[in-house]
Ligand binder design. Structure first.
Ligand code: IMP
Ligand code: MG
Length: 195
């Protein structure tokens, strides 16, 4: 076998030595159950539209939606962000827009992590300008030390330290989204191929 194919060997992805577990799947699920119950109480009698930010929020959204016992809708948008890098460029662009009008709707944006806040401050302002009845934010993780723009998080899973985290939808160079837990990447300089 050539050395380039050794990364496909049978070593466990979830047990990768470059990962330092931060939250277990059980801890995440318990927190999401609480968030969902709170959201169901707050939006009682309404029909909110959960708006997931691709791709990072897709796993969080799929669990959060099932924890909200209400009639609701699900839509997705894609915003350009880090690409293969671990730090934000500060450049924000809508890569995939909504397919439906949102006038008069109660929008609940669902995001994996708020870091500098650049992405979400842009997105929230953009959505508010489209005539939604309300625009709120549910985020699984918050790295508040790194904030450059103020963002109000209405429903938060966990505050975390300034570390690069992966799993549960969050990636490093498109890897690790499938981890059923959240981990800190010990050495972000190690490329996806090396470990
Ligand atoms: P912000 O605009 O700096 O707040 O960046 C938000 C986006 O950057 C998130 O939606 C993630 O896609 C990505 N991001 C920020 N921090 C991390 C991290 O620790 N791990 C993985 N992705 C991250
Ligand atoms: Mg994201």
């Amino acid at each position: 076998m050539s050395s380039s194919s050794t990364s496909a060997r049978t070593a466990s992805e979830f047990g990768n030595p470059n990962l330092e577990p931060l939250f277990t799947g059980e801890q995440i699920q318990a927190r999401i159950t609480e968030m969902g119950a709170q959201i169901a109480r707050d939006y009682e009698g309404r029909n909110p539209l959960l708006l997931g930010v691709l791709k990072g929020a897709c796993i969080f959204l799929s669990d959060l939606a099932r924890a909200i016992d209400l009639r609701l809708g699900i839509e997705f948008m894609a915003i350009s962000s880090y690409g293969a890098l671990t730090r934000s460029s500060g450049e924000v662009k809508i890569v995939k827009d909504l397919d439906v009008p949102i006038e008069g709707r109660d929008i609940l944006v669902v995001e994996d992590i708020i870091d500098t806040g650049l992405t979400l401050s842009y997105l929230m302002a953009n959505l508010r300008s489209r005539g939604a009845a309300s625009v709120k934010l549910a985020a699984l993780l918050n790295k508040k030390e790194r904030r450059l723009r103020e963002v109000q998080i209405d429903y938060l899973g966990f505050d975390i330290p300034d570390a690069f985290v992966v799993g549960y939808g969050l990636d490093f160079a498109e890897r690790y989204r499938n981890l059923p837990f959240i981990a800190m990447l010990k050495n972000p300089e190690v490329t996806a191929q090396e470990i």
